[in-house]
Design a protein around this ligand. Structure first.
Ligand code: PLP
Length: 457
């Protein structure tokens, strides 16, 4: 049964509960309905084309409409649609685990699959707790993460988040979440604002101070994204991760690199840890592993973390029915084939400077305070006053971001994200197949809509 556009609107408004969405904002307007995609573009139910500047939700790495990925799914579903990883293996999950272990840095050789990023983040916390219990350090349960960082929505993952606004409705959360500063150099405290490396040492040392404050023997893990998404693409200052690694080693704390966004080419490498030259204890991933052609997530862990579970009666008492689903695993393998065949990482590495330079042109607009990011992952921070970096108050932010920018950018043909979970930013993370013509298209749309936004203020 195919519904007409009007029928889709009526049914969506009556039955569909959209995620993280203020449903009332569609009382007087249409819900956008996306019906197909091709390369870096998607099309709505009326045939209008949009440049997918966010790869869906940081997902569509190789772009839309790749029939070879659909065919991989179809072939696997015909052969073996489902079997669990509870006491059994199936070839697609085995091959994918081996391939991810090969790609991951250091001795991160064990892959525990999930279906989503939140489950990956939560699984890493559960593993850290269970591992330390078996190692004779049962008091370790706390997790450190950075201000504004987003790590997912299930209760455990939510407790890892550094965004208080999304937690209030669901408190009390599991205890143990502790916040440390993020690496937003644009808003660095004055005493370290002159030099990014000095700022980085301070930010890393704040992790040590938090570990000591909390009692080192109670801390299990530190969760960091290679480039922090929420707040607007905070890149790590030079030396930051090396210092964090030293601190984690000194206090026996696990370093979790949450790469749900940053893995699989977003930063020009299979893993962000590789770009920034550190070896974490656990990498969490999801999203880009399948480019969204089927859902999958997981964690890749160091050999040592699995050792206690390889002996006697020991079991990691944790599992998810659809984790490592055969169809998703087969799609992930086919996705990695596309990465190799089409030199997806090479495309990001050779074009990222052009992307950056194109977005940097927007710096001449009075509303653009800071353009930051790496690879194919950028945040544009909007300000009320460029010279003082003054940001918008709640009311202005509401009018600007929710009331105008989100809709205006979409209406102008660009999918991106206007986010005010920290200071107001526009986030861009397009499919990794984009080239200069797409960067120019983004810049032109942003220039015209941001100019209009400034005039409306
Ligand atoms: C860094 C990070 N971790 C975890 C998650 C949660 O992933 P999911 O939405 O697949 O549960 C996200 C989602 O955007 C994320 O960006």
């Amino acid at each position: 049964m195919t519904l007409s556009s009007d029928e889709l609107q009526a049914a969506a408004k009556q039955h569909l509960w959209m995620h993280f969405t203020r449903m009332s904002s569609y009382n007087d307007g249409d819900i956008p309905v996306i019906v197909r995609g091709s390369g870096p573009y998607v099309y709505d139910d009326k045939g209008k084309r949009y440049l997918d500047g966010l790869a869906g939700l940081f997902v569509s790495m190789v772009g839309h409409g790749r029939t070879e990925l659909a065919e991989a799914a179809s072939k696997q579903a015909s052969e073996l649609a489902y079997f669990p990883l509870w006491s059994y293996a199936h070839p697609a999950a085995v091959q994918l685990a081996a391939r991810l272990a090969e790609l991951a840095p250091g001795d991160l050789n064990r892959v525990f699959f999930t279906t989503s990023g939140s489950e990956a983040v939560e699984s890493a916390w559960k593993l850290a707790k269970a591992y330390f219990k078996r190692k004779g350090e049962p008091a370790r349960y706390k997790v450190l993460s950075r201000e504004y960082a987003y790590h997912g929505t299930s209760m455990g993952a939510l407790a890892v988040c550094g965004l208080s606004a999304i937690k209030h409705d669901f408190e009390p959360l599991p205890p143990g979440g502790v916040r440390v500063p993020n690496t937003n150099f644009y808003r660095a405290p004055e005493f370290v604002a002159d030099d990014e490396a000095t700022f980085g040492v301070w930010a890393a040392d704040e992790i040590e101070r938090a570990i000591l404050r909390e009692d080192a023997e109670s801390v299990a893990a530190v969760y960091l994204e290679p480039v922090q998404n929420s707040g607007g693409c905070f890149t790590p200052p030079p030396g930051y991760f090396q210092r964090v690694r030293e601190i984690c080693d000194k206090y026996g704390v696990l370093l979790v690199s949450d790469e749900v966004i940053c893995a699989f080419g977003r930063l020009g490498y299979y893993f962000g840890a590789e770009r920034y030259g550190y070896v974490p204890d656990i990498i969490t991933f999801a999203k880009g592993v399948t480019s969204g052609y089927s859902p999958l997530g997981g964690m890749i862990v160091r050999d040592e973390l699995m050792e206690p579970f390889l002996q006697g009666h020991a079991t990691f008492l944790h599992g998810i029915t659809f984790a490592g689903h055969p169809v998703s695993s087969a799609v992930a393998l086919a996705n990695l084939d596309v990465f190799e065949r089409d030199n997806i990482l090479g495309n990001v590495r050779s074009n990222e400077d052009g992307f950056r330079a194109t977005l940097d042109k927007l710096n001449d607009l009075p509303i653009v305070g800071n353009v930051r990011g790496a690879g194919y992952f950028y945040g544009i921070e909007l300000v009320k006053d460029k010279s003082t970096k003054e940001t918008f108050n709640d009311d202005e932010s509401e009018r600007l971001l929710r009331g105008f920018l989100s809709h205006a950018l979409f209406d102008a043909g660009l999918v991106c994200r206007a986010d005010d979970r920290g200071d107001p930013v526009i986030q861009l993370a397009p499919p990794l197949i984009c080239t200069q013509e797409h960067f120019d298209e983004m810049e032109q749309i942003l220039r015209s809509v941001l100019t209009e936004a400034w005039a409306k203020l």
